[in-house]
Design a protein around this ligand. Structure first.
Ligand SMILES: Nc1c(NC[C@H](O)[C@H](O)[C@H](O)CO)[nH]c(=O)[nH]c1=O
Ligand SMILES: CC(=O)[C@@H](O)COP(=O)(O)O
Length: 164
């Protein structure tokens, strides 16, 4: 497996700009809260580490990953933000419900990003089981929340650069 024993959150080879000038929204799904809280900690701590201020980080919870799309839309509609991070954890159950949620939220957050011309980051774990989720929320494969923060900062910087 290509990801076996690999820290997927290793951005040491990539330069992360300062986040001081940017405002971020974070939408966190309550489903699998032990996982999503760990994703949130990773995202929040890295936004701060790279210069974002607490007053420029706006955090809201939604019931499940399916509602992340609506949450991101509401934040961009009502707040002046440079990027929105969506955090969730969808774990396969007995039925195809998993597939519908994952596809809906992936397509949904992408559509919101295009709608507002703002970066909306897909920080959603879509795993076969809880262990895979734990491994990607601060475990052996890193923290998807860290990755989401780095991506949000880099995309906000890109948008600022191109705006001139
Ligand atoms: N099974 C998981 C869900 N299910 C709930 C949906 O996201 C949604 O809230 C519901 O269908 C009502 O619209 N959500 C997750 O985030 N993770 C899951 O594993
Ligand atoms: C991904 C889900 O919604 C899942 O938890 C639902 O489980 P099931 O497919 O067994 O109903």
């Amino acid at each position: 497996m290509s990801t076996q024993h690999k820290n997927l959150s290793d951005f040491s080879g990539s330069e992360i700009p300062s986040a001081l000038a940017y405002s971020f929204g974070i939408v966190v799904a309550e489903w699998n809260a032990e996982i999503t809280n760990a994703l949130y900690q990773g995202a929040y701590e890295n936004l701060i580490k790279y210069g974002a201020t607490a007053e420029n980080i706006y955090t809201y919870q939604v019931p499940g990953s399916f509602e992340l799309t609506a949450g991101a839309d509401l934040l961009l509609k009502n707040l002046k933000l440079d990027a929105v991070i969506c955090l969730g954890c969808v774990i396969q159950g007995e039925t195809r419900h998993f597939d519908f949620i994952c596809n809906a939220v992936a397509n949904g957050v992408s559509n919101v990003s295009i709608k507002y011309s703002k970066p909306v980051i897909f920080g959603v774990l879509t795993t076969d089981n809880h262990q895979q989720a734990f491994d990607r929320a601060g475990g052996k494969h890193g923290n998807k929340g860290d990755e989401a923060a780095f991506t949000a900062i880099k995309m906000a910087h890109l948008a600022e650069t191109l705006k001139g």
